[in-house]
Design a protein. Structure first.
Length: 206
């Protein structure tokens, strides 16, 4: 990345990075190396997140990554964790995840769905992984269905099913405005801070 890009980055209070999975790590490391706080919402590169977080700590910088910046989605994450904790004592309920996005979305399942799945698995006593669009259900894997249709901004659904009833949690975005608003909120919050953060820190929720 050239010196002009470096100079421009260093003029910023915070950089908001929403690009592509192949470029995200390089972009984040560049900002941190330039001493600029960075907010990243790119998904599909979670295997490299530990490297970015470690680099941030070494540089004593500021880095915030989230799979989704919508305030409503992050409240949805908290509800999902709470219900998953309660359901760990209710083996008669089986969980599944479904998500709907626009046809241009590159990754499946979505980063938001992966966050939901990570939290579900952390509380599960029986399931150790997930499977995308399975032909049939497997007891130790959470089934995930990903739909790519039209221009859907994003819908995520968690369904708990028992022989006698079902419980459904759903978040439906009406537009992409909430994602942008949340990213700006995160950037303002991150300014003048040091460390590695997520949207739960911004919103003060666990």
């Amino acid at each position: 990345i050239d010196q002009l890009s470096l100079a421009l980055a260093q003029e910023a209070d915070v950089v908001i990075e929403f690009t592509r999975p192949a470029a995200a790590l390089q972009n984040v490391l560049f900002c941190l190396n330039a001493g600029v706080p960075v907010v990243s919402g790119t998904t599909g590169w979670t295997e490299s997140l530990p490297e970015a977080k470690q680099f941030c700590l070494e540089k004593k910088g500021a880095f915030l990554w989230a799979s989704n910046f919508s305030v409503g989605v992050n409240l949805f994450f908290a509800l999902n964790r709470r219900l998953a904790q309660m359901m760990s004592q209710r083996p008669e309920y089986q969980v599944s995840v479904a998500e709907w996005h626009h046809m241009h979305k590159l990754d499946a399942p979505s980063g938001t769905a992966l966050t939901l799945l990570q939290d579900l698995l952390s509380f599960s006593n029986t399931q150790t992984n997930w499977e995308l669009n399975p032909a049939e259900s497997v007891s130790d894997k959470i089934p995930v269905t990903a739909f790519r249709e039209g221009e859907i901004p994003g819908t995520h659904q968690i369904r708990w099913e028992s022989p006698i009833d079902s419980i459904t949690l759903e978040h439906k975005a009406h537009s992409r405005a909430g994602f942008a608003t949340g990213a700006v909120l995160a950037a303002k919050w991150l300014k003048d801070k040091k460390g590695v953060f997520d949207m739960a820190d911004v919103l003060g929720i666990s």
